[in-house]
Ligand binder design. Sequence first.
Ligand code: ADP
Length: 265
Amino acid sequence: CVAAGQPQHNAQGVFMGYIGSCTDITEQKELQHQKDNFIGIASHELKTPVTSIKAYTQVLEKMLRKKGDEKEADMIRKMDLQLNRLVILIGDLLDVTKMNTGKLPLNNQAFNLNQVISNLAEDIQRTTENHVLETNLKTIPAVFGDKDRIEQVVINLITNAIKYSPHAKKIIIHSQQMDDEVIVCIQDFGVGISPQNLPKVFEQFYRVSGEMQHTFPGLGLGLYISSEIIKRSGGRIWVNSTEGKGSSFYFAVPVAKSSASSPVL
Ligand code: ADP
């Protein structure tokens, strides 16, 4: 039950009591629970066939390349890239369900974040023709958090930087230590975000509406998932942006206690 009340005074200003309302949210909670359940089951059921189709396309591509059928192999490659997008969308839906139902386990450990960033930047650069990823990584100590999940955050932020910079090539990834945190910034020079949309971008299913937005595919989950991962790791996430000029997405994660004084990179 959610309650709201106002104190009431008479004409002389003497307190008379409270008038309030109480809303029963049991039904709302049940609906939310059913929605989470449905999304969880549907995405789980979609995952198996998509994974299997993906395995077949990869085998098929190899067979075609072996035979020298390059044109056909390229078409299968394109199918595989589209399947990658589907795998990410299904994974995002599964993650949101896990988060909403409190079932997202985090496997926290000390790890080298600069190494994670360098590897990812190299991997993503290999599959990106129109953007140049630069890194500006300062010496930092090991951080404490779930390595795979924080990797997922870095991927989300870099792929967004690419997606929302159709006409600006450069993306810069910075890292540095500040006190007992390591701060990472993914900076792009793309479409940017207006001040009224800025506070909402980390909300679940939120997408900026605008004439260009339909050209950028997505469900509005990447930033919500990223912010939940960072917050649950004891960190912080935020953004600075200027519409038409670009955005800088930041996150801070705690330095691993034992390595606070011993730099790893
Ligand atoms: P999606 O990209 O699937 O819409 P996200 O949760 O990743 O979902 O992002 C939410 C919204 O925030 C996007 O729809 C987009 O409008 C805005 N956004 C995110 N990253 C950027 C960026 N680097 N530049 C401009 N806008 C961005």
